[in-house]
Design a protein around this ligand. Structure first.
Ligand SMILES: Cc1cc2nc3c(=O)[nH]c(=O)nc-3n(C[C@H](O)[C@H](O)[C@H](O)COP(=O)(O)OP(=O)(O)OC[C@H]3O[C@@H](n4cnc5c(N)ncnc54)[C@H](O)[C@@H]3O)c2cc1C
Length: 431
């Protein structure tokens, strides 16, 4: 049996609802569709397959939600990595409007799953602020508001520097962009609740069950695991930044770059302090190239995240760097201890979009969300299920754009170090 890794010591794992036990696969299994990866993408795909009456099984190498899904910031942000106006320039007005509609529908998918299964994950449309660190970022956000208004979406609005300071508890921003529709969740509770809902509908879930080899033939696909083989008509790969954990014999791991991001939380704060920092409970991320994000976390804590180690290895210096950034933004927290520190991996792609597509007649995948998976995984999981059912999807560049292996993928760590140095310089210059 392979080693099942525990969840990282996150605020989410220490405050989560109890997990249902899904035993490792022991023996062979036959089903219509097998899903590799028990995170938001794989669970959403299973949910949509089950609703369509397709038999399916989810196999997860560790515990359900062990990957990025159970340890992220829980921020369902209604923006892609690229600005709206930038998307319109790059892909044309029609495609940008289609992408805008997709993102709004993605949050509806997430909310729909939560409400249909009654998942206790604190889903709340508490709103998200994109806080501008420099003048060019402020102009970019203003251009976005204008583009959205022309597209008929007047929900997001600009915040002045004073309003941003009032709502984020820090005076380090020049202004902000508030989308009141964005939502926060407890990510591990969402993953656990969705898994329990799937089990209740007859989906077979097996944790501690890594797929170690796949084989496709005219009759179907076989997925080998240490405890048995799953035989299915369709294979759905939902392993995102953890695709390289096991060599499945595909080139998917070379189409993304796994990048570490790290998070800390303060010890519990007095309610009055928290009310001064985030009086309306907004989620916040800034516009730096090496961005920081923060929100309220369970137990009246402040959660603060940012860039992790470039090699992906745990290091004290990453957490002390984050603590410095936290205190720079919130000097009043200088003496408050930090009580949780953890890291995880996001999957970065060259075009900053996730991709949902096929590898062959029987194999499809969805991955590459960067820091935008909380909102998009529900939708792309649904699209993944549609591909497995032989249907077509319309996801603009997320489906139609090329998604090839990245040249010189083996040199990604020195390349990331060079890029991180360049970004640090741009951030210092506030460009
Ligand atoms: C610290 C952190 C903070 C983040 N914050 C945010 C945020 O606030 N907002 C946002 O939108 N996004 C955020 N993200 C990104 C978001 O979490 C991801 O995009 C999303 O969770 C991806 O979900 P997934 O199901 O595709 O992949 P994952 O949740 O990573 O699941 C993949 C799973 O596949 C399993 N696996 C891999 N190989 C195999 C195999 N061979 N066999 C079986 N199982 C396998 C892994 O064990 C893993 O559990 C954050 C990510 C991190 C790490």
């Amino acid at each position: 049996m392979s080693k099942i890794l525990p969840h990282p010591p996150s605020i989410w794992s220490s405050s989560a609802n109890p997990a249902q036990i899904f035993p490792p696969l022991a023996g062979d299994l036959r089903t219509d569709a097998v899903i590799v990866g028990g995170g938001f993408t794989g669970l959403s795909a299973a949910w949509h397959l089950a609703k369509a009456g397709v038999g399916c099984a989810v196999i997860e190498a560790h515990d359900i939600g062990w990957g990025a899904s159970g340890r992220n910031g829980g921020m369902a942000v209604l923006r892609y990595k690229t600005s709206w106006a930038g998307l319109a320039r790059r892909h044309g007005e029609d495609e940008a409007r289609h992408l805008h509609g997709l993102l709004l529908s993605a949050l509806d998918v997430l909310e729909g799953i939560v409400s249909e299964l009654g998942i206790d994950c604190g889903f709340s449309r508490c709103g998200h602020i994109t806080a501008a660190n420099g003048k060019s970022a402020l102009a970019m956000l203003q251009a976005d508001i204008e583009w959205l208004a022309a597209a008929g979406d007047r929900a997001p609005r600009m915040l002045t520097a004073a309003e941003t300071a009032e709502l984020t508890g820090t005076g380090c921003y020049l202004g902000g962009y508030l989308d009141p529709r964005a939502a926060g969740i407890h990510p591990l509770n969402y993953a656990r609740g969705l898994a329990a809902g799937l089990a209740g509908r007859g989906v077979a879930l097996h944790s501690g069950t890594p797929a170690v080899a796949i084989q496709e033939d005219a009759q179907g696909v076989s997925v080998a695991t240490p405890g048995g083989t799953v035989r299915a008509g369709q294979l759905l790969i939902a392993t995102n930044a953890y695709t390289e954990l096991f060599g499945l014999g595909t080139d998917l791991h070379r189409r993304i770059v796994p990048v570490s991001t790290s998070v800390i939380t303060t010890a519990p704060l007095p309610v009055a302090t928290l009310r001064q920092l985030l009086p309306e409970g907004h989620l916040v991320s800034d516009t730096r190239h090496l961005l920081n994000y923060f929100r309220i976390a369970p137990g009246n804590r402040l959660m603060f995240g940012g860039r992790g180690s470039l090699t992906g290895k745990e290091s004290r210096s990453v957490y002390s760097g984050l603590e410095r950034k936290l205190v720079e933004a919130f000097p009043s927290l200088a003496d408050v201890p930090v009580d949780h520190r953890w890291s995880g991996k996001v999957a970065v792609t060259l075009d900053d979009f996730p991709h949902v597509s096929r590898l062959g007649q029987r194999v499809s995948f969805a991955m590459g969300y960067g820091g935008r998976g909380v909102v998009l995984t529900g939708l792309l999981g649904r699209m993944l299920s549609l591909l497995a059912m032989g249907e077509t999807v319309r996801a603009g560049p997320m489906h139609a754009a090329p998604f090839a292996p990245i040249p010189f993928h083996g040199l990604r760590i020195p390349a990331m170090k060079a890029v991180a140095g360049y970004y640090r310089l741009l951030d210092a210059l506030r460009i």
